[in-house]
Design a protein around this ligand. Structure first.
Ligand SMILES: [Zn+2]
Length: 65
C-alpha cells in the first residue's frame, strides 16, 4: 500500500516555513507580499500594469559645461 501524497512544489523552499516571494514595483518602488501565488496584474499602489517590467535605461544626456 502506497500512501504517497505528492504535493506540487511551486516555489523552491529551503526552510520549512512557506513564504511567498516579495514583489517589487519598478515604477513606484513599492514592495509587497502577495496573498496568492499569482502575481497581480497591476501594482497595488500605483496601479501600473507594467510594475514588473524594469524601466529602460535612460538615454545618455550630454552634460553641458
Ligand atoms: Zn507601483
Amino acid at each position: 500500500m502506497t500512501n504517497n501524497t505528492t504535493q506540487p512544489r511551486i516555489w523552491p523552499n529551503r526552510s520549512s516555513t512557506f513564504e511567498l516571494p516579495r514583489l517589487h514595483c519598478y515604477r513606484c518602488a513599492y514592495e509587497w507580499f502577495p496573498k496568492t501565488l499569482k502575481a497581480p496584474k497591476v501594482c497595488p499602489k500605483c496601479k501600473d500594469t507594467r510594475w514588473d517590467v524594469p524601466r529602460p535605461l535612460p538615454k545618455l544626456v550630454a552634460v553641458k559645461g
